[in-house]
Design a protein around this ligand. Structure first.
Ligand SMILES: NC(=O)C1=CN([C@@H]2O[C@H](COP(=O)(O)OP(=O)(O)OC[C@H]3O[C@@H](n4cnc5c(N)ncnc54)[C@H](O)[C@@H]3O)[C@@H](O)[C@H]2O)C=CC1
Ligand SMILES: O=C(O)C(=O)[C@H](O)COP(=O)(O)O
Length: 362
Protein backbone atom coordinates (compact mmCIF):
# COMPACT_ATOMS: atom_id res chain seq x y z
CA UNK A 1 0.00 0.00 0.00
CA UNK A 2 1.25 3.45 -0.88
CA UNK A 3 2.37 5.66 2.02
CA UNK A 4 0.07 8.57 2.75
CA UNK A 5 2.41 11.54 3.01
CA UNK A 6 -0.05 14.11 4.30
CA UNK A 7 -1.72 14.41 7.67
CA UNK A 8 -4.98 16.23 8.27
CA UNK A 9 -6.67 17.26 11.51
CA UNK A 10 -10.38 17.68 10.81
CA UNK A 11 -13.42 18.84 12.75
CA UNK A 12 -15.59 15.74 13.26
CA UNK A 13 -18.65 17.71 12.07
CA UNK A 14 -17.44 18.16 8.49
CA UNK A 15 -19.53 16.25 5.95
CA UNK A 16 -18.07 13.64 3.58
CA UNK A 17 -14.52 14.10 4.89
CA UNK A 18 -13.55 10.47 4.24
CA UNK A 19 -15.05 10.54 0.76
CA UNK A 20 -13.01 13.57 -0.23
CA UNK A 21 -9.77 13.14 1.71
CA UNK A 22 -9.21 9.54 2.88
CA UNK A 23 -7.18 8.55 -0.18
CA UNK A 24 -5.09 11.72 0.01
CA UNK A 25 -4.04 11.86 3.65
CA UNK A 26 -4.26 10.35 7.11
CA UNK A 27 -7.16 12.05 8.88
CA UNK A 28 -7.59 12.52 12.60
CA UNK A 29 -10.92 13.84 13.84
CA UNK A 30 -11.44 16.22 16.73
CA UNK A 31 -14.35 18.10 18.29
CA UNK A 32 -13.97 21.48 16.59
CA UNK A 33 -14.37 23.63 19.68
CA UNK A 34 -11.55 21.77 21.46
CA UNK A 35 -8.79 21.72 18.83
CA UNK A 36 -5.47 22.74 20.46
CA UNK A 37 -1.89 23.37 19.40
CA UNK A 38 -0.89 19.86 20.54
CA UNK A 39 -3.49 18.37 18.12
CA UNK A 40 -2.17 20.14 15.03
CA UNK A 41 1.56 19.91 15.74
CA UNK A 42 2.36 17.22 13.15
CA UNK A 43 -0.45 18.03 10.71
CA UNK A 44 0.04 19.48 7.24
CA UNK A 45 -3.53 20.73 6.99
CA UNK A 46 -6.29 21.76 9.37
CA UNK A 47 -9.92 21.46 8.24
CA UNK A 48 -12.42 23.30 10.42
CA UNK A 49 -15.93 24.66 10.67
CA UNK A 50 -17.01 27.83 12.47
CA UNK A 51 -16.29 26.78 16.06
CA UNK A 52 -12.49 26.51 15.93
CA UNK A 53 -10.64 29.75 16.64
CA UNK A 54 -7.74 29.56 14.18
CA UNK A 55 -4.90 31.87 15.17
CA UNK A 56 -1.15 31.97 14.50
CA UNK A 57 -0.69 30.81 18.12
CA UNK A 58 -2.69 27.62 17.43
CA UNK A 59 -0.47 26.75 14.46
CA UNK A 60 2.90 28.08 15.66
CA UNK A 61 5.67 25.49 15.29
CA UNK A 62 3.34 23.06 13.49
CA UNK A 63 3.66 21.70 9.97
CA UNK A 64 0.28 23.19 8.96
CA UNK A 65 0.54 25.06 5.69
CA UNK A 66 -3.16 24.92 4.67
CA UNK A 67 -6.31 25.76 6.64
CA UNK A 68 -9.69 25.00 5.08
CA UNK A 69 -12.93 26.16 6.66
CA UNK A 70 -16.04 24.55 5.16
CA UNK A 71 -18.08 27.61 6.09
CA UNK A 72 -19.20 30.89 4.63
CA UNK A 73 -18.18 32.96 7.65
CA UNK A 74 -14.51 33.56 8.45
CA UNK A 75 -14.78 35.53 11.69
CA UNK A 76 -13.28 32.56 13.60
CA UNK A 77 -10.04 32.83 11.63
CA UNK A 78 -7.30 35.41 12.09
CA UNK A 79 -6.92 35.95 8.36
CA UNK A 80 -4.27 38.66 8.70
CA UNK A 81 -2.18 36.70 11.21
CA UNK A 82 -2.24 33.56 9.07
CA UNK A 83 -1.32 35.51 5.95
CA UNK A 84 1.66 36.96 7.81
CA UNK A 85 2.60 33.41 8.88
CA UNK A 86 2.37 32.38 5.20
CA UNK A 87 -0.37 29.81 5.84
CA UNK A 88 -2.94 29.44 3.08
CA UNK A 89 -6.55 29.84 4.17
CA UNK A 90 -9.49 28.75 2.08
CA UNK A 91 -13.19 28.90 2.92
CA UNK A 92 -16.46 28.12 1.18
CA UNK A 93 -18.32 31.26 0.06
CA UNK A 94 -21.98 30.60 -0.67
CA UNK A 95 -21.79 26.87 0.17
CA UNK A 96 -24.92 26.81 2.35
CA UNK A 97 -26.60 30.03 1.20
CA UNK A 98 -29.64 28.19 -0.16
CA UNK A 99 -30.15 26.34 3.14
CA UNK A 100 -30.14 29.62 5.07
CA UNK A 101 -32.61 31.21 2.64
CA UNK A 102 -34.93 28.22 3.07
CA UNK A 103 -34.53 28.45 6.87
CA UNK A 104 -35.68 32.08 6.82
CA UNK A 105 -38.73 31.41 4.65
CA UNK A 106 -39.59 28.41 6.83
CA UNK A 107 -39.37 30.52 9.99
CA UNK A 108 -41.69 33.18 8.57
CA UNK A 109 -44.24 30.69 7.28
CA UNK A 110 -44.17 28.63 10.47
CA UNK A 111 -44.98 31.65 12.62
CA UNK A 112 -47.34 33.36 10.19
CA UNK A 113 -48.55 30.91 7.51
CA UNK A 114 -51.03 33.48 6.21
CA UNK A 115 -48.07 35.48 4.81
CA UNK A 116 -47.88 32.96 1.97
CA UNK A 117 -50.84 34.71 0.35
CA UNK A 118 -49.91 38.29 1.32
CA UNK A 119 -48.21 39.11 -1.97
CA UNK A 120 -46.63 42.57 -2.04
CA UNK A 121 -48.50 43.59 1.12
CA UNK A 122 -45.76 41.71 2.99
CA UNK A 123 -42.42 43.51 2.88
CA UNK A 124 -39.29 41.49 3.61
CA UNK A 125 -36.21 43.58 4.41
CA UNK A 126 -32.83 41.97 3.86
CA UNK A 127 -29.73 43.42 5.50
CA UNK A 128 -26.74 42.17 3.52
CA UNK A 129 -27.32 41.22 -0.13
CA UNK A 130 -24.43 38.80 -0.67
CA UNK A 131 -24.73 35.07 -1.29
CA UNK A 132 -27.38 34.40 1.35
CA UNK A 133 -29.28 37.68 1.03
CA UNK A 134 -29.55 37.37 -2.75
CA UNK A 135 -30.78 33.74 -2.53
CA UNK A 136 -33.37 34.80 0.01
CA UNK A 137 -34.43 37.71 -2.21
CA UNK A 138 -34.98 35.33 -5.13
CA UNK A 139 -37.04 32.92 -3.05
CA UNK A 140 -39.14 35.71 -1.52
CA UNK A 141 -39.81 37.18 -4.96
CA UNK A 142 -40.95 33.75 -6.21
CA UNK A 143 -43.46 33.86 -3.36
CA UNK A 144 -44.68 37.27 -4.52
CA UNK A 145 -43.49 39.30 -1.52
CA UNK A 146 -42.14 42.84 -1.75
CA UNK A 147 -38.38 42.62 -1.20
CA UNK A 148 -36.27 45.55 -0.03
CA UNK A 149 -32.62 45.33 0.88
CA UNK A 150 -29.56 47.22 1.97
CA UNK A 151 -25.88 46.60 1.36
CA UNK A 152 -23.06 49.13 1.06
CA UNK A 153 -21.38 47.05 -1.67
CA UNK A 154 -24.17 45.32 -3.59
CA UNK A 155 -27.23 46.49 -5.56
CA UNK A 156 -29.47 43.66 -6.75
CA UNK A 157 -31.37 44.21 -10.01
CA UNK A 158 -34.80 42.97 -8.88
CA UNK A 159 -34.72 44.27 -5.31
CA UNK A 160 -35.58 47.74 -4.03
CA UNK A 161 -32.11 48.82 -2.90
CA UNK A 162 -32.59 51.22 0.01
CA UNK A 163 -30.52 52.58 2.85
CA UNK A 164 -30.42 50.89 6.26
CA UNK A 165 -32.82 53.37 7.88
CA UNK A 166 -35.39 52.85 5.11
CA UNK A 167 -35.20 49.07 5.49
CA UNK A 168 -35.65 49.39 9.25
CA UNK A 169 -38.68 51.65 8.86
CA UNK A 170 -40.51 49.87 6.02
CA UNK A 171 -40.07 46.14 6.66
CA UNK A 172 -42.67 43.73 8.05
CA UNK A 173 -39.85 41.26 8.63
CA UNK A 174 -36.10 41.82 8.65
CA UNK A 175 -33.58 39.07 7.99
CA UNK A 176 -29.90 39.70 8.75
CA UNK A 177 -27.20 38.36 6.39
CA UNK A 178 -24.04 40.33 7.11
CA UNK A 179 -20.64 39.02 8.20
CA UNK A 180 -19.49 39.84 11.73
CA UNK A 181 -17.03 42.73 11.49
CA UNK A 182 -15.74 44.92 14.30
CA UNK A 183 -13.95 47.70 12.43
CA UNK A 184 -14.58 49.96 9.44
CA UNK A 185 -17.47 52.24 8.59
CA UNK A 186 -19.80 49.31 7.92
CA UNK A 187 -18.84 47.32 11.04
CA UNK A 188 -21.67 44.96 11.99
CA UNK A 189 -20.92 44.28 15.66
CA UNK A 190 -24.14 45.36 17.48
CA UNK A 191 -25.54 46.73 14.21
CA UNK A 192 -28.89 45.97 15.83
CA UNK A 193 -29.00 48.01 19.04
CA UNK A 194 -31.47 50.16 20.97
CA UNK A 195 -31.32 52.89 18.33
CA UNK A 196 -32.03 50.54 15.40
CA UNK A 197 -34.80 48.70 17.24
CA UNK A 198 -36.50 52.05 17.85
CA UNK A 199 -36.60 52.63 14.08
CA UNK A 200 -38.35 49.32 13.32
CA UNK A 201 -42.12 48.86 13.23
CA UNK A 202 -43.11 47.36 16.61
CA UNK A 203 -44.64 44.32 14.91
CA UNK A 204 -41.73 43.76 12.50
CA UNK A 205 -40.31 40.23 12.80
CA UNK A 206 -36.57 39.91 13.26
CA UNK A 207 -34.59 36.89 12.10
CA UNK A 208 -30.87 36.59 12.80
CA UNK A 209 -29.08 33.70 11.15
CA UNK A 210 -25.84 35.61 10.53
CA UNK A 211 -23.72 35.91 13.69
CA UNK A 212 -24.90 36.42 17.27
CA UNK A 213 -22.87 39.53 18.02
CA UNK A 214 -24.54 41.46 15.19
CA UNK A 215 -27.49 41.86 17.57
CA UNK A 216 -27.04 43.31 21.07
CA UNK A 217 -28.75 40.75 23.30
CA UNK A 218 -29.53 43.26 26.03
CA UNK A 219 -31.04 45.75 23.57
CA UNK A 220 -33.05 42.93 22.02
CA UNK A 221 -34.47 41.86 25.38
CA UNK A 222 -35.36 45.47 26.25
CA UNK A 223 -37.04 45.87 22.87
CA UNK A 224 -39.06 42.64 23.11
CA UNK A 225 -40.23 43.71 26.57
CA UNK A 226 -41.67 46.86 24.96
CA UNK A 227 -42.86 45.63 21.57
CA UNK A 228 -43.46 41.86 21.98
CA UNK A 229 -42.07 41.51 18.45
CA UNK A 230 -41.50 38.00 17.06
CA UNK A 231 -37.80 37.20 17.03
CA UNK A 232 -36.12 34.13 15.56
CA UNK A 233 -32.50 33.44 16.45
CA UNK A 234 -30.22 30.77 15.02
CA UNK A 235 -27.14 32.52 16.41
CA UNK A 236 -26.56 34.07 19.82
CA UNK A 237 -24.35 36.76 21.27
CA UNK A 238 -23.07 34.38 23.98
CA UNK A 239 -23.14 31.22 21.84
CA UNK A 240 -22.93 28.35 22.66
CA UNK A 241 -24.51 29.35 25.98
CA UNK A 242 -28.09 30.65 25.91
CA UNK A 243 -29.97 31.94 28.94
CA UNK A 244 -33.51 30.84 29.74
CA UNK A 245 -34.48 34.51 29.94
CA UNK A 246 -33.51 34.99 26.30
CA UNK A 247 -35.14 31.74 25.16
CA UNK A 248 -38.38 32.65 26.91
CA UNK A 249 -38.57 35.81 24.80
CA UNK A 250 -37.93 34.17 21.42
CA UNK A 251 -40.57 32.95 19.00
CA UNK A 252 -38.15 30.35 17.61
CA UNK A 253 -34.60 29.44 18.59
CA UNK A 254 -32.31 26.97 16.81
CA UNK A 255 -28.70 25.90 17.51
CA UNK A 256 -26.82 27.57 14.61
CA UNK A 257 -28.13 25.12 12.03
CA UNK A 258 -29.67 27.49 9.48
CA UNK A 259 -27.05 26.37 6.97
CA UNK A 260 -27.25 22.67 7.85
CA UNK A 261 -28.50 21.16 4.63
CA UNK A 262 -26.76 18.04 3.33
CA UNK A 263 -25.97 19.88 0.12
CA UNK A 264 -24.66 22.93 2.02
CA UNK A 265 -22.31 20.95 4.23
CA UNK A 266 -21.14 18.68 1.41
CA UNK A 267 -20.57 21.64 -0.92
CA UNK A 268 -18.50 23.30 1.81
CA UNK A 269 -16.24 20.26 2.16
CA UNK A 270 -15.92 19.99 -1.61
CA UNK A 271 -14.82 23.61 -1.89
CA UNK A 272 -12.00 23.16 0.63
CA UNK A 273 -11.08 19.79 -0.97
CA UNK A 274 -10.58 21.61 -4.26
CA UNK A 275 -8.44 24.30 -2.61
CA UNK A 276 -6.50 21.63 -0.67
CA UNK A 277 -5.76 19.74 -3.89
CA UNK A 278 -4.64 22.89 -5.63
CA UNK A 279 -2.38 23.77 -2.70
CA UNK A 280 -0.76 20.32 -2.59
CA UNK A 281 -0.73 19.96 -6.38
CA UNK A 282 -3.18 17.04 -6.51
CA UNK A 283 -6.03 16.19 -8.89
CA UNK A 284 -9.52 16.97 -7.53
CA UNK A 285 -12.00 14.88 -9.52
CA UNK A 286 -14.61 14.20 -6.82
CA UNK A 287 -18.08 15.79 -6.76
CA UNK A 288 -20.40 15.66 -3.74
CA UNK A 289 -23.53 15.11 -5.87
CA UNK A 290 -22.47 11.48 -6.46
CA UNK A 291 -22.93 10.87 -2.71
CA UNK A 292 -26.50 12.18 -2.40
CA UNK A 293 -29.61 10.01 -2.54
CA UNK A 294 -32.36 10.84 -5.03
CA UNK A 295 -35.42 12.24 -3.31
CA UNK A 296 -39.07 11.84 -4.35
CA UNK A 297 -40.48 14.50 -6.68
CA UNK A 298 -42.76 16.50 -4.35
CA UNK A 299 -43.13 19.76 -6.23
CA UNK A 300 -44.95 19.83 -9.54
CA UNK A 301 -45.44 22.63 -12.00
CA UNK A 302 -49.27 22.42 -12.06
CA UNK A 303 -50.09 24.23 -8.82
CA UNK A 304 -48.99 27.67 -7.58
CA UNK A 305 -45.73 27.49 -5.64
CA UNK A 306 -47.36 29.15 -2.62
CA UNK A 307 -49.97 26.41 -2.23
CA UNK A 308 -47.42 23.63 -2.65
CA UNK A 309 -44.85 25.11 -0.31
CA UNK A 310 -47.30 25.62 2.53
CA UNK A 311 -48.60 22.07 2.20
CA UNK A 312 -45.11 20.55 1.94
CA UNK A 313 -43.39 22.59 4.66
CA UNK A 314 -43.88 20.04 7.47
CA UNK A 315 -42.15 17.44 5.27
CA UNK A 316 -39.43 19.77 4.03
CA UNK A 317 -38.35 21.31 7.33
CA UNK A 318 -39.98 21.11 10.75
CA UNK A 319 -38.29 24.11 12.36
CA UNK A 320 -40.42 23.75 15.50
CA UNK A 321 -38.73 20.40 16.17
CA UNK A 322 -35.33 22.17 16.18
CA UNK A 323 -36.72 24.83 18.51
CA UNK A 324 -38.13 22.25 20.91
CA UNK A 325 -34.93 20.20 20.95
CA UNK A 326 -32.95 23.31 21.91
CA UNK A 327 -35.36 24.29 24.69
CA UNK A 328 -35.37 20.70 26.00
CA UNK A 329 -31.73 21.25 26.96
CA UNK A 330 -32.43 23.97 29.51
CA UNK A 331 -30.60 22.88 32.66
CA UNK A 332 -31.35 23.49 36.31
CA UNK A 333 -29.16 26.61 36.25
CA UNK A 334 -31.50 28.20 33.72
CA UNK A 335 -29.37 27.90 30.62
CA UNK A 336 -28.61 25.83 27.56
CA UNK A 337 -24.93 24.98 27.82
CA UNK A 338 -22.25 24.19 25.23
CA UNK A 339 -22.65 20.43 25.70
CA UNK A 340 -26.32 20.44 24.69
CA UNK A 341 -25.82 23.04 21.95
CA UNK A 342 -22.96 21.07 20.38
CA UNK A 343 -24.74 17.71 20.81
CA UNK A 344 -27.69 18.98 18.74
CA UNK A 345 -25.33 20.16 16.02
CA UNK A 346 -23.30 16.95 15.97
CA UNK A 347 -26.38 14.73 15.72
CA UNK A 348 -28.37 17.04 13.43
CA UNK A 349 -30.36 15.22 10.71
CA UNK A 350 -29.15 17.28 7.75
CA UNK A 351 -32.04 18.67 5.70
CA UNK A 352 -32.26 18.34 1.93
CA UNK A 353 -32.49 21.55 -0.07
CA UNK A 354 -35.86 22.05 -1.71
CA UNK A 355 -34.51 21.65 -5.23
CA UNK A 356 -33.88 17.97 -4.36
CA UNK A 357 -37.67 17.54 -4.42
CA UNK A 358 -38.22 19.14 -7.82
CA UNK A 359 -35.81 21.72 -9.18
CA UNK A 360 -38.20 22.91 -11.87
CA UNK A 361 -40.10 24.73 -9.11
CA UNK A 362 -37.40 26.38 -7.02
N1 LIG B 1 -26.44 30.47 10.65
C1 LIG B 1 -25.76 29.81 9.73
O1 LIG B 1 -25.78 28.59 9.69
C2 LIG B 1 -24.97 30.55 8.71
C3 LIG B 1 -24.55 31.85 8.92
N2 LIG B 1 -23.85 32.53 7.96
C4 LIG B 1 -23.45 33.91 8.23
O2 LIG B 1 -24.08 34.75 7.25
C5 LIG B 1 -23.14 35.72 6.82
C6 LIG B 1 -23.53 36.20 5.44
O3 LIG B 1 -23.33 35.15 4.51
P1 LIG B 1 -23.19 35.47 2.93
O4 LIG B 1 -24.37 36.20 2.43
O5 LIG B 1 -22.88 34.20 2.26
O6 LIG B 1 -21.94 36.41 2.92
P2 LIG B 1 -21.47 37.35 1.72
O7 LIG B 1 -20.08 37.75 2.05
O8 LIG B 1 -21.74 36.72 0.41
O9 LIG B 1 -22.43 38.62 1.86
C7 LIG B 1 -22.45 39.48 2.96
C8 LIG B 1 -22.91 40.83 2.49
O10 LIG B 1 -23.07 41.68 3.62
C9 LIG B 1 -22.73 42.99 3.21
N3 LIG B 1 -22.50 43.86 4.36
C10 LIG B 1 -21.37 43.99 5.09
N4 LIG B 1 -21.56 44.91 6.07
C11 LIG B 1 -22.84 45.36 5.93
C12 LIG B 1 -23.63 46.30 6.64
N5 LIG B 1 -23.14 47.00 7.67
N6 LIG B 1 -24.90 46.51 6.23
C13 LIG B 1 -25.41 45.83 5.17
N7 LIG B 1 -24.70 44.93 4.46
C14 LIG B 1 -23.43 44.69 4.84
C15 LIG B 1 -21.52 42.79 2.32
O11 LIG B 1 -21.30 43.88 1.47
C16 LIG B 1 -21.90 41.53 1.56
O12 LIG B 1 -22.51 41.81 0.32
C17 LIG B 1 -21.79 35.01 6.90
O13 LIG B 1 -20.72 35.91 7.05
C18 LIG B 1 -21.94 34.12 8.10
O14 LIG B 1 -21.45 34.78 9.25
C19 LIG B 1 -23.58 31.95 6.76
C20 LIG B 1 -23.96 30.67 6.50
C21 LIG B 1 -24.64 29.85 7.46
O1 LIG C 1 -21.14 28.71 7.04
C1 LIG C 1 -21.18 29.43 8.06
O2 LIG C 1 -20.71 30.57 8.12
C2 LIG C 1 -21.84 28.91 9.27
O3 LIG C 1 -22.26 29.65 10.12
C3 LIG C 1 -21.94 27.44 9.41
O4 LIG C 1 -22.80 26.86 8.49
C4 LIG C 1 -22.30 27.02 10.80
O5 LIG C 1 -21.96 25.70 11.00
P1 LIG C 1 -20.63 25.22 11.75
O6 LIG C 1 -19.49 25.65 10.94
O7 LIG C 1 -20.58 25.92 13.07
O8 LIG C 1 -20.76 23.75 11.80
Amino acid sequence: MQDKPLKIIADENLALTDYFFADLADIEYRAGRGIQASDVHHANALLVRSVTKVTPALLEGSAVEFVGSATIGTDHIDLTGLAVANIEVSHAPGCNAQAVAEYVVTAILTLQPEKIHAGRDFCLGIVGLGNVGSRLAMLAQRLGWRVIGTDPNVQLPDVENLNFAQVLAQSDAISIHVPLTRTGIHATYHLFNADTFAQMKPDCFLINSARGEVVSEQALLDDIAKTRRLVVLDVFEHEPVISQNLLDHLALATPHIAGYSLEGKARGTQMIYQAFCQHFNLDAPKQFESQLADMPELFNSDQPLQTQLLALLPQLYDIRADDQALRAGLNTEGMVDATHFDYLRKTYPLRREWAAYGDQVL
